[in-house]
Write a protein that binds this ligand. Structure first.
Ligand SMILES: NC(=O)c1ccc[n+]([C@@H]2O[C@H](COP(=O)([O-])OP(=O)(O)OC[C@H]3O[C@@H](n4cnc5c(N)ncnc54)[C@H](O)[C@@H]3O)[C@@H](O)[C@H]2O)c1
Ligand SMILES: [Zn+2]
Length: 442
């Protein structure tokens, strides 16, 4: 295997050091929110966002005033995007069915999908007001039937962004807050004097938001680890450097710490892409962030074969993987670790981010090894139930249960079974002893 790095990003050690700093800050801050509630939340909003409004929860009047400030054509565009997200989410919801089966005569087992009863949806707005994140979390929760949806967003340049608030409202948010970062997710998960805690937190955010959700997990549910955006372009000579460079910088612009990786089997394409990125960084208005991300986290990896590209891609498990090769479907068939795939040169990550209908809240930091992105199923809890409908089934399953409990030494458990073997099977099992084998059992 020959894998050549034409460009490398920060080392794993440096990345771990950055993570450790964030972990420490988040730990202290969440403890403060827990101890001092609204007072701590207000201090954090003032410190990080210079925002000292009277109430961080928007009133119905404030919401309507903000919506009125959005141009009608922008409202139309938001509606279009939400229609696409809803269509796909509804189809996914339909794929999740409740089941009930008779696994043995008289033994009925089932499961039902119940919506999480209250969720907090974080919509990022530090560097960019991420209108689309409102569709991804709030609207998807609505499709799942979540009865209480609290949405929160950071102020953008000191004020709630009208389009973000409109999108939250149109998507079905029941409560809207203007609280960013750790204070946003912390207040919703831990609760304060004025905010009822939610059962689950969802949505993407910067490193502080993602780490806060991780630390709050257990206290509340979370959707997944969705931190700073990552992108990977897998390309061969069927495409050119302009497409590759544009797709790498397009996602590197999210912040100063967004990894963008080109994986290719063409040295020529790799070199041309490197040059094209330098050229584009001269003209891209967001070159400040995109350039910082590219400098610190950009990578160009040249492989010998498609098999090698596949292995490297699975190992990196990037959040977004744009595949532009002569065998895109082969990657779809064989890739196992990633957030979402974007197949062929006609689509791209921005489509997924903003409009096409798949969810843009996706796993980062290799979380694609154990989860996919946010989707309607994340808002549904699958709960089992059981019922035994005949005396014969109660006695028969009870006899197995009695013996299996005592195999582990659980006498009290065994009696739960025995009392039923006696009552429904008419078999005399002495107290604390195992039920006998019968011929009907196999
Ligand atoms: N994984 C995904 O699915 C996905 C999707 C979209 C966006 N994203 C990521 O979301 C992130 C959005 O980040 P953002 O910063 O623009 O917005 P954000 O809303 O996540 O964070 C803004 C908040 O960060 C806090 N903050 C600012 N400086 C701080 C500091 N020094 N210490 C602690 N907290 C501080 C402030 O409270 C502010 O309100 C980007 O990294 C982007 O890549 C991820
Ligand atoms: Zn993006």
């Amino acid at each position: 295997m020959t894998i050549e790095y034409l460009k490398r990003g920060k080392s794993l050690e440096q990345r771990a050091e950055d993570d450790a700093k964030v972990r420490q800050v988040v730990e202290t801050t969440l403890a403060d929110i827990e101890a001092r509630g609204d007072v701590a939340v207000r201090e954090l909003a003032e410190k990080f966002d210079k925002d000292s409004r009277d109430s961080y929860r928007l009133s119905e009047d404030e919401i309507q005033t903000l919506i009125a400030a959005v141009a009608p054509s922008d409202i139309q565009d938001i509606k279009f995007a939400q229609a696409q997200v809803r269509r796909f989410a509804e189809a996914q919801r339909a794929s999740m069915t409740d089941i009930e089966v008779e696994t043995l005569p008289g033994v009925i087992l089932g499961h039902k999908n119940i919506p999480v009863q209250s969720v907090g949806c974080y919509v990022p707005a530090g560097k960019f007001p991420m209108v689309a994140s409102a569709h991804m979390s709030v609207l998807t929760a609505s499709v799942a039937g979540v009865p209480r949806i609290a949405a929160t967003t950071a102020p953008f340049k000191g004020q709630p962004n009208p389009a973000v608030i409109a999108a939250m409202h149109m998507a079905g948010a029941h409560e809207i807050y203007v609280l960013g970062g750790m204070q946003g997710v912390g207040a919703l998960a831990l609760g304060t004097e004025t905010i009822e805690p939610v059962h689950m937190l969802v949505g993407p955010g910067n490193a502080f938001v993602a780490e806060a959700k991780r630390q709050l997990f257990g206290r509340v549910g979370i959707d997944l680890f969705a931190g700073p955006t990552e992108t990977m372009v897998i390309a061969d000579e069927t495409v050119d450097a302009e497409l590759c460079a544009t797709d790498l910088l397009g996602q590197a612009e999210h912040g100063y710490n967004s990894p963008a990786v080109l994986l290719t089997n063409s040295r020529a394409l790799a070199e041309e892409t490197l040059a094209e990125i330098e050229r584009l960084l001269q003209v891209l208005p967001t070159a400040e962030t995109a350039g910082a991300s590219w400098r610190d986290y950009g990578e160009v990896i040249v492989c010998d074969s498609y098999d090698e590209m596949l292995a490297v891609a699975d190992d990196i498990a990037s959040e977004h993987v744009q595949v532009m090769t002569d065998r895109d479907d082969w990657f779809l068939e064989n890739m196992t670790c990633y957030g979402a795939l974007f197949l062929g040169p006609r689509t791209n990550v921005a489509n997924g981010d903003k409009v096409i209908g798949t969810n843009h809240t996706l796993p980062t930091n290799k979380a694609g090894r154990y989860t996919g992105g946010l989707w309607v199923g994340k808002f549904l809890k699958t709960h089992s139930y059981q019922r035994v409908t005949t005396d014969a089934a109660a006695a028969e399953i009870g006899a197995y249960c009695s013996r299996l409990c005592l195999l582990e030494g659980f006498v009290g458990h065994a009696e739960q079974a025995n009392v039923r073997v006696r009552r429904y099977g008419g078999i005399n099992v002495p107290y604390g002893e195992a039920a006998p084998h019968t011929n009907s059992q196999e």
